[in-house]
Write a protein that binds this ligand. Sequence first.
Ligand code: NAD
Ligand code: DAU
Length: 342
Amino acid sequence: MKILVTGGAGFIGGNFVRLMLSEYADIEIINLDALTYAGNLESLSDLEGNPRHTFIRGDIASMEDVEKVFSGHAFDAVINFAAESHVDRSLHMGVSHFIETNIKGTQLLLDAARQHGVPRFVQISTDEVYGSLGPQGRFSESSPVAPNNPYAATKAGADFLVRAACRSHKLDAVITRCSNNYGPFQFPEKMIPLMISNILEDKPLPVYGDGMQVRDWIYVEDHCRAVDAVLRRGKTGEVYNIGGLYDVPNIEVVKLLLKLLEKPESLIRYVEDRPGHDRRYAMDAEKIQKELGWKPRVKFEEGIRKTIDWYLANREWLSHVRSGNYMAYYDRMYGKRKAAAG
Ligand code: NAD
Ligand code: DAU
């Protein structure tokens, strides 16, 4: 099986690539990633020299880059993880990159998959497309799509394009919508790794608003296993919700991290809230459990300990992504190769 994974130098895509290569001896992965600030080849260094993994630096929003990749390989599936993924950036640093990658990039991949007859397309979406829940209930696949921030709006737009390609052009496509992931290799702008790295440096922990916003946390490997189940057994045209079944207020997560790292709660700082901050996410993941036999394996208490241990053991990775040094790593690894090809 030869699959195109986009965004495979990012947090979830990288974990997915590693899991697939270790679980299946017959899988070959072409990993297309633009290496934005969030993409990091250092996260894939253990895969160097693996003949079943090929990294290609390229932009899913460039027709030329996409066409080059599709004309060079016959894919059995495309899995689109590539995205601008951070809500705060979409609120404070402009939306154009989000539109380019999340919307235009998705459409270019859909077009290429159709033109090249790729038999399966998996779009990695998010629970954020459903907007915010009140105090009761959970999101099901039939909840209205009602995004509240620019990132979520672009992901919802991509979902509609995937649906349209499936309905109009009979592309075999499936959509997954997962809740908040945590685990190794997550960029430290997202809440859990940001709090861990600040705690390690005794820096203040910025908690937005009253800290009572609820997120449904899932260990990244569980999300990756769910994507694998959808890739292999998901029904064409369907949406599958994925969740960790652990929904708690942010402040509880922050206090737990402080406890596990033996640091005082006096590090907590309540700061100005995120504009339009979604109050509560919680997933009803019954459909994927019943139809595809997937369920989360890692309990939050176990996953968070593993995550903390990983960040403690990988302080160099953390300082590199924080300083942007990984671009030097990229030049070291690929600079020569680029020159030879050019
Ligand atoms: P990430 O920001 O860590 O990684 C995104 C990757 O995409 C990076 O490697 C980046 O270089 C690459 N990329 C960005 N623009 C690109 C482009 N134009 N062309 C090619 N590559 C490009 O994101 P993540 O947290 O790993 O999220 C992966 C996917 O999962 C996203 O689609 C996101 O919407 C979705 N998702 C994330 C979560 C979460 O909790 N992190 C939850 C549900 C869904
Ligand atoms: O729900 C899935 C989504 O989860 C994904 O689609 C997104 O790609 C991913 O970034 C994530 O979005 P969130 O906005 O929920 O994640 P983030 O880690 O940015 O924030 C989690 C919660 O913590 C949220 O309620 C905001 C809050 N927060 C976040 C940061 C960065 C803080 O209180 N302080 C912070 O410094």
